[in-house]
Ligand binder design. Structure first.
Ligand code: PEP
Ligand code: CO
Length: 448
């Protein structure tokens, strides 16, 4: 692990969950083309995010990381806008109602590759490779669609570029102006309890903005009222792809993975002697690492040492996903070990991946109550250990899907068939997401 790092030093180690590409020459050609593409993000932006996350590590801000489980190449502009809108709505609720500055990161513009529990899927007696995300193969259940195709890596890059372009336009071009907060709410109005609560809050913000404008404070004088900082992230799963987009920063000489601002290591690929930890330790982007129910304090400390040996605040976010029933017992020993070691980490709660189960109608789902219970347990564990519950990491969409149960509309099993659209895990819909933000804001307020 302590040997010299290079963008390809991961290649001598075992890399789990990599596709078996049928045509090596075609893969090499695609990677070469990718290597010639412009970076998607600039090193200075990644440094800015590290600094913002540093504030979270120090207990001065809160992190919201949210977006799709697996993004689709076919997402419409409206769907991308609506996903951004829901994240911004949650951010407003957390900032206004929770009373803390917020760091906003999307699981977006690059979240196209998925690790799967089984390499194959069997349907009606036929066994085919599992769907590994659209940067590898397609979700359709035919041999041709499930064949890993290196051209998809290029398609993923192009799709990430156009999504990022749209996000930059929305967040810098006036859509995210604070005076728009009430217009973001059209779909929610009156018809849901979370929507009513949101309208009330938006009215209060409008009044505050009118007051501030009367005092001479406007979006022109204070850019933060007019624009938002919004960062991108995805699981750095396909190391070929990540390596091809890794560039040396001309200002500092440091290496950055320019496929996104933040990259995280998944629960299935966080082996200390594995290729993912090796690759990510050498890029200077802020990093995340999932921490599931089997992770021991020693393992977590070793990950901190490997990924953040210089103890830079904001460099490492530990994304805990233990499950609603395990977090209360499982998390405190991890918090205590990291606290006592002096490692400055951001602790984020992923209340989704430890709470997935098969519904009565045979599809994967999650219940809003379990999601909330894991977050409550996360806050309680931090209160017990005197550490800062730094943020939440959720899977959501702005589309009106019915994939997770419960929430203020109280979706039940029979509702799942109405709009079950996810390509991978079940996501909170817009109403459930805003509802969740109000609940998390209450937990934040209760801490103060
Ligand atoms: C995910 O975040 O979509 C995921 C696969 O999570 P995990 O690595 O925690 O299982
Ligand atoms: Co997922």
């Amino acid at each position: 692990m302590n040997t010299t790092w290079t963008p390809d030093s991961w290649r001598s180690l075992e890399a789990k969950h990599q596709p078996i590409w049928p045509d090596q020459a075609e893969l090499e050609q695609a990677l070469k083309t990718l290597g010639d593409q412009p970076p998607l993000v600039f090193a200075g932006e990644a440094r800015d995010l590290t600094a913002q996350l540093g504030k979270v590590a120090q207990g001065e801000a809160f992190l919201l990381q949210a977006g799709d489980c697996a993004e689709s190449f076919e997402s419409s502009a409206d769907s991308i806008r609506d996903r951004l809108r829901v994240i911004l709505q949650m951010a407003i609720v957390l900032t206004y109602s929770g009373g803390t500055p917020l760091v906003k990161i999307g699981r977006i513009a690059g979240q196209f590759a998925k690790p799967r529990s089984s390499p194959t899927e069997t349907k009606g007696g036929e066994e085919l490779p599992s769907f590994l995300g659209q940067s590898v193969n397609d979700i359709g259940f035919t041999e041709a669609e499930r064949r890993p195709d290196p051209q998809r890596l290029l398609a993923a890059y192009n799709r990430a570029a156009s999504t990022l372009n749209l996000l930059r336009a929305f967040t810098r071009g006036g859509y995210a102006d604070l005076s728009q907060v009430s217009t973001w709410n059209r779909e929610f109005v009156a018809s849901s309890p979370a929507g009513e609560r949101y309208t009330q809050m938006a009215d209060e913000i409008d009044r505050a903005l009118t007051f501030m404008a009367a005092c001479g404070v406007t979006g022109e004088s204070v850019p933060a009222l007019h624009e938002v900082d919004f960062f991108t992230s995805h699981e750095a799963l396909l190391l070929n792809y990540e390596e091809a987009l890794t560039r040396q920063d001309s200002l500092t000489g440091d290496w950055y993975d320019c496929s996104a601002h933040m990259l995280w290591i998944g629960e299935r690929t966080r082996q200390l002697d594995g290729a993912h930890v090796e690759f990510l330790r050498g890029v200077q982007n802020p990093l995340g690492c999932k921490v599931g129910p089997t992770a021991t304090p020693d393992e977590v400390l070793s990950l901190c040492e490997a990924l953040n040996p210089d103890r830079v605040p904001g460099r490492l976010t530990l994304i805990v996903r233990q499950g609603a029933d395990k977090v209360t017992e499982g998390l405190p020993p991890l918090l205590a070990a990291v606290r006592d070691s002096g490692h400055p980490v951001v602790w984020a709660c992923d209340p989704m991946h430890g709470n997935t189960y098969e519904s009565e109608v045979g599809v994967k789902t999650r219940h809003f109550d379990d999601v909330l219970k894991e977050i409550s347990g996360f806050f309680a564990a931090h209160a017990q250990e005197g550490t800062w519950p730094g943020g939440v990491h959720v899977e959501l969409t702005g589309d009106a899907v019915t994939e997770c149960l419960g929430g203020s509309d109280d979706l039940v099993d029979g509702d799942l068939e109405h709009a079950y659209e996810t390509m991978c895990d079940p996501r909170l819909n817009g109403r459930q997401s805003v509802d969740l933000a109000f609940r998390v804001a209450e937990l934040l307020r209760a801490r103060a």
